[in-house]
Write a protein that binds this ligand. Structure first.
Ligand code: OS5
Length: 230
């Protein structure tokens, strides 16, 4: 088993790298990949840069070039559900692209022919995360994550995404990682800790809570790794 841990921003993988004693840095296709041995298992860690295109490149590279067999994504997200507050964890049951729109041809939002509106995450990994959460006394909400190439800082847009996709949280990379992993038959797990409420204060909240929320997510992801290699 070779496990990938991916984030979008440096801040999202910094807490992971901090926990690894040593790692090797490999530059490939414009990004840095960090290879490490952790408790006898191979890890590949990287941040993709922001958005669906860069995250697609990184997820594909991790699978096709580095040969990873499990994908874990750790990062932050904007909340849609009023149940989710800053620092809370959400694990994706399924993901969709909120900015994919060929509705002019009668298709639903998020759909392209031969694709699907949602990509389902790996059920076994979600169950493992629930076991981990109960062991460490944390709450992880399972919900739908909507992804798009847009930092949402607008109540109207956020509500539209919530209503259209029944989404609980939004971000900019999860669905593209999901599409890649699904197509290449790699089980994936997308975890996010809330950094903001995707409203008019989102950029301020994001700046204030990026580091602490990224830490929350990374800490849980490392517990997932421990469980996977148990
Ligand atoms: O990766 C992007 C998506 N992330 C999740 C997220 C989110 N997505 C959409 N809407 C929201 N309300 C969301 N809340 C959390 C977070 C991230 C958002 S884009 C943040 C860009 C911040 C930034 N811009 N410049 N820098 C940081 C500094 C910089 C300069 C040079 C190189 C690298 C960074």
């Amino acid at each position: 088993m070779k496990i990938a841990i991916m984030g979008a921003m440096p801040e999202e993988i910094a807490p992971i790298l901090k926990r690894l004693e040593t790692y090797k840095t490999i530059e490939y296709a414009g990004n840095k990949y960090y290879e490490a041995s952790y408790k006898g298992v191979d890890l590949v860690v990287a941040y993709s840069k922001i958005g669906k295109v860069f995250s697609t490149l990184t997820a594909t590279t991790m699978i096709e070039h580095f040969g990873i067999s499990v994908m874990l994504f750790s990062g932050v997200a904007g909340a849609i559900s009023s149940e989710l507050k800053v620092g809370d964890l959400i694990v994706a049951s399924k993901l969709s692209q909120h900015d994919l729109d060929i509705t002019a041809f009668g298709h639903p939002y998020g759909y392209v022919p031969e694709g699907s509106v949602y990509v389902e995450a790996d059920r076994k990994m979600i169950e493992i995360s629930k076991a981990v959460a109960s062991e460490i006394g944390k709450t992880v909400k399972e919900g739908i994550i909507a992804t798009g190439d847009q930092f949402v800082a607008n109540e109207e847009r956020k509500n539209w995404i919530g209503k259209t996709f029944n989404a609980d949280a939004l971000e900019m990379e999860g669905a593209s990682v999901a599409v890649v992993c699904d197509a290449l038959n790699v089980p994936f797990f997308i975890l996010r800790a809330i950094s903001d409420a995707a409203d008019m204060d989102a950029s301020f909240s994001f700046d204030e809570f990026l580091e602490t929320s990224a830490n929350e997510s990374a800490e849980f992801i490392m517990k997932m790794v421990d469980k996977l290699i148990d």
